[in-house]
Design a protein around this ligand. Structure first.
Ligand SMILES: [Zn+2]
Ligand SMILES: [Zn+2]
Length: 444
C-alpha cells in the first residue's frame, strides 16, 4: 500500500518520540561541555559520531570545526539543509559554564544541535528517504556568536579564516554550493502559551575599531606642542551624532560607540585613543550609507585636530530574511503539532537581533524558527531550559516534517519554490560585498 505524505510525517514524529531521551541527552551533554566559536572540537566530534551511527558519512573540519552530512533520497532533486549551531558564548556566571574558559550555552545552541540530530534520527528511523527525492544536508555550523573579535582577526591573519562568522565561512569554502535552501531553529524566552514561531527580520551590522593617534606633551606645560587624540575622537563622535537626523525611521540605523581607551594619565595629553562601535541598519543600502557617514565623521575629528585616524571595519551579519514559502510550509507543520493558538508569526516587524542565517538568506531561501522553552533572557546566566519538549522535541519534528513536505515523492514542492525564487545576491556578489566591508583606512 502506498504511503501518504501525512502518514510518513506521522511515522517520522513517532520515531523522534522513540528517540526522545537520546535527543535530550545529546542536548544536555553539549550544554555541559560548552565551546566557543571556531573552537567547538568536542561538540563537532559528538555530531560526527552521531551521524556515523546513522550510517551517514560526515565531512569534518569545514570552516575549522563545521560538520556536514548529506543523506540521499531515492532520486535526484534539490538539497534541503537542516542546520544547528555548535558554539557557546562566554558567561562565567552561567550554571553550566566551563569554569576555565567561561564558555556557556546561554543562547541555547545546544538544543539546536540536538534537534537537528533528532530530525536526522526521525527521518532515518522512519525510512523517510525512500519516499523523498533530492537530498537532506545536516549541517553543524561553527561560530554564530560574533565574539572574540581579536582572536578571530588573528585566525584571519594566519589565513585560517577570512570572515568572522561560521556561516559566512561555510559559504566561502563552498559548503553551501550543493545546498538549495536552509532551515535552522533558535531558542527563545518563555512566552505565554507560545510553543513555536517564526519571527520578523533583524538588523545587519558592521563592527568598527577606531584608533586616533596624536602627539603627547605635558598637559599644562606644553599642550601647544601636543595633538590631543581625545579631542579629535570627541569631534569625531559629535560628527557621528550630527548625522542622526539624516537616518530614516524605517532604516532602523543604530550606532552605539564606546571609548575603550581615553588616555593614560591626566597630566599628559592623550596621544592614543580607541573607539569601538557597531553600525547597524535594517537594509544593506542603509548600512552602507550610514557606515560611510560614520567614516566621514571620524575623519572630520582627525582633520580638525591634525591627528590621524585608523578605521578598521569588520563585516558583521546581513539582515534576517525568512522565505515566505518556507515559512508557510513550516507554519502548517508547526500548527499541526502545537495548535494555532500556540504558534506565533511570521512577524512583519524588525527585531534587534542579528544572526548569520541572514547571510544565508541573501543567497538562497532560508528560515529561522524559534522555540520559547527557556527561562530568563538570552545571553544571561538565567537562560536555562524550562520545557524540554519545546526546546528539543518540537523543533526536531517541525524540521523533519518540513523536509518531508519539500522533498516528498519528486520533490515537487522544493522545485516549485526554487523556480519562483530570486536570490538577492549570488554567492560571488555576497562574498564581494563582505570583502568591501572588510577594510582598513588611515586618514590623512
Ligand atoms: Zn546569541
Ligand atoms: Zn543564538
Amino acid at each position: 500500500m502506498a504511503t501518504h505524505k501525512h502518514e510518513l510525517k506521522h511515522r517520522v514524529c513517532e520515531a523522534i518520540d522513540a528517540q526522545r531521551q537520546r535527543i535530550i541527552d545529546l542536548g544536555q551533554t553539549i550544554l555541559k561541555n560548552p565551546e566557543v566559536g571556531f573552537k567547538e572540537r568536542q561538540t563537532a566530534k559528538l555530531v560526527a559520531d552521531t551521524f556515523r551511527e546513522l550510517s551517514l558519512q560526515p565531512q569534518e573540519g569545514l570552516a575549522l570545526t563545521g560538520v556536514k552530512a548529506v543523506a540521499r533520497g531515492r532520486a535526484a532533486g534539490p538539497t534541503v539543509a537542516v542546520m544547528g549551531e555548535l558554539d557557546a558564548l562566554i558567561n562565567y556566571e552561567f550554571p553550566f559554564a566551563n569554569p576555565e574558559t567561561g564558555a556557556a550555552h546561554c543562547c541555547g545552541h545546544n538544543a539546536q544541535i540536538a534537534s537537528m540530530l533528532g530530525a536526522a534520527m526521525g527521518l532515518f528511523r522512519a525510512g523517510a528517504l525512500t519516499h523523498l527525492a533530492g537530498n537532506v544536508a545536516f549541517v553543524a555550523v561553527p561560530a554564530e556568536e560574533f565574539i572574540e573579535i581579536e582572536y578571530r582577526l588573528n585566525l584571519r591573519r594566519q589565513g585560517k579564516i577570512e570572515f568572522l562568522g561560521g556561516k559566512q565561512e561555510l559559504i566561502r569554502v563552498g559548503a553551501f554550493d550543493d545546498i538549495d535552501m536552509a532551515m535552522i531553529t533558535h531558542s527563545a524566552p518563555v512566552q505565554d502559551g507560545v510553543k513555536m514561531g517564526i519571527g520578523g527580520t533583524g538588523l545587519s551590522f558592521v563592527a568598527k575599531h577606531i584608533q586616533y593617534v596624536g602627539k603627547t606633551a605635558h598637559a599644562a606645560l606644553a599642550p601647544h606642542e601636543a595633538v590631543n587624540a581625545l579631542n579629535a575622537a570627541m569631534v569625531g563622535l559629535m560628527a557621528i551624532h550630527a548625522q542622526r537626523e539624516t537616518f530614516r525611521e524605517d532604516e532602523n540605523v543604530r550606532i552605539h560607540p564606546i571609548i575603550t581607551r581615553g588616555g593614560d594619565v591626566v597630566n599628559a595629553v592623550p596621544d592614543d585613543v580607541t573607539i569601538e562601535t557597531y553600525v547597524r541598519a535594517s537594509t544593506t543600502d542603509a548600512l552602507l550609507s550610514a557606515n560611510e557617514k560614520v567614516d566621514r565623521a571620524l575623519k572630520a575629528g582627525a582633520m580638525a585636530l591634525g591627528a590621524q585616524v585608523c578605521i578598521k571595519n569588520v563585516p558583521g551579519y546581513l539582515p534576517i530574511l525568512n522565505d515566505p514559502q518556507l515559512a508557510a510550509l513550516f507554519k502548517a507543520n508547526g500548527v499541526s503539532l502545537v495548535g494555532e493558538e500556540a504558534f506565533t508569526g511570521p512577524w512583519d516587524k524588525i527585531e534587534g537581533v542579528s544572526g548569520d542565517i541572514g547571510d544565508v538568506g541573501h543567497i538562497m531561501p532560508a528560515l529561522i524558527s524559534f522555540y520559547p522553552g527557556w527561562k530568563g533572557q538570552a545571553h544571561t546566566s538565567g537562560y536555562v531550559i524550562e520545557d524540554e519538549e519545546i526546546a528539543y522535541i518540537l523543533p526536531a519534528k517541525a524540521l523533519a516534517m518540513t523536509v518531508v513536505d519539500l522533498l516528498w515523492e519528486d520533490a515537487e514542492t522544493a522545485s516549485n519554490l526554487l523556480d519562483s525564487y530570486v536570490p538577492l545576491m549570488t554567492k560571488e556578489e555576497y562574498l564581494t560585498f563582505l570583502r568591501t566591508l572588510f577594510e582598513e583606512s588611515v586618514f590623512p
